[in-house]
Write a protein that binds this ligand. Structure first.
Ligand SMILES: [Zn+2]
Length: 203
């Protein structure tokens, strides 16, 4: 993100974006021996600025990107930096694969519609052969306390979406119980650190 004015709006306090050095997507993929052109299909949970940074790279490489139609329409037609969006990341053409609700986007990988935090937010369910189903809440529950203490997640883009955010949190809790799935919040560093990271990943 190189727009100083946008940065001031998106990160008004002392905190500034941090993460992997260089282009974070490229760096993260290199860590597992891949490049952007190795990706066959991508998905973006919602287009808040801390989730959209890889979109230009993916679009440039012609990678199809799954997104909920409601999220893309909101982002393109109504969102601005005031809402936490950085339109420069997604206004250019991309090979969007628009979803209307739940969908199996690849074998064993399901997009779960969890609106509220953002109008067309989605989470993911990944079914692995050995370790079973995993639920990645992303920002439908960004902290462990959302699950553990059943605390509502933070603010919603649209003020009226608090009810939908609550329903999405309930849905994830219900699904994790029903499937006996591991439930992973989106932004909880303690959780991420506490999860075992086996060599070669989970299967
Ligand atoms: Zn978000």
């Amino acid at each position: 993100m190189d727009d100083a004015e946008a940065l001031k709006v998106l990160y008004p306090g002392e905190d500034k974006p941090w993460g992997l050095s260089g282009d974070p997507l490229t760096t993260a993929l290199a860590g597992v021996g891949l490049t952007v052109s190795d990706i066959k299909l991508a998905a973006v949970s919602h287009l808040h600025c801390d989730h959209s940074g890889g979109v230009p790279k993916l679009a440039g490489a012609g990678v199809p990107i799954c997104i909920q139609r409601e999220e893309l329409e909101f982002a393109l037609e109504r969102a601005s930096t005031v809402d936490g969006y950085y339109p420069a990341d997604f206004v250019r053409a991309a090979d969007w694969r628009e979803l209307d609700g739940d969908a199996e986007i690849a074998p064993g990988i399901h997009a779960l519609s969890t609106p509220g935090h953002a109008p067309g937010h989605m989470s993911y369910r990944v079914d692995l052969h050995q370790s079973g189903p995993w639920l990645f809440a992303v920002d439908a529950a960004d902290l462990g306390e959302n699950f553990i203490d059943r605390k509502p997640p933070g603010q919603t883009v649209l003020p009226g979406d608090v009810v939908r955010a609550e329903a999405s949190l309930d849905r994830l809790l219900d699904e994790s119980k029903r499937l006996n799935a591991r439930l992973v919040p989106g932004h909880d560093q303690l959780f991420w650190t506490a999860i075992r990271h086996p060599l070669g990943g989970y299967h």
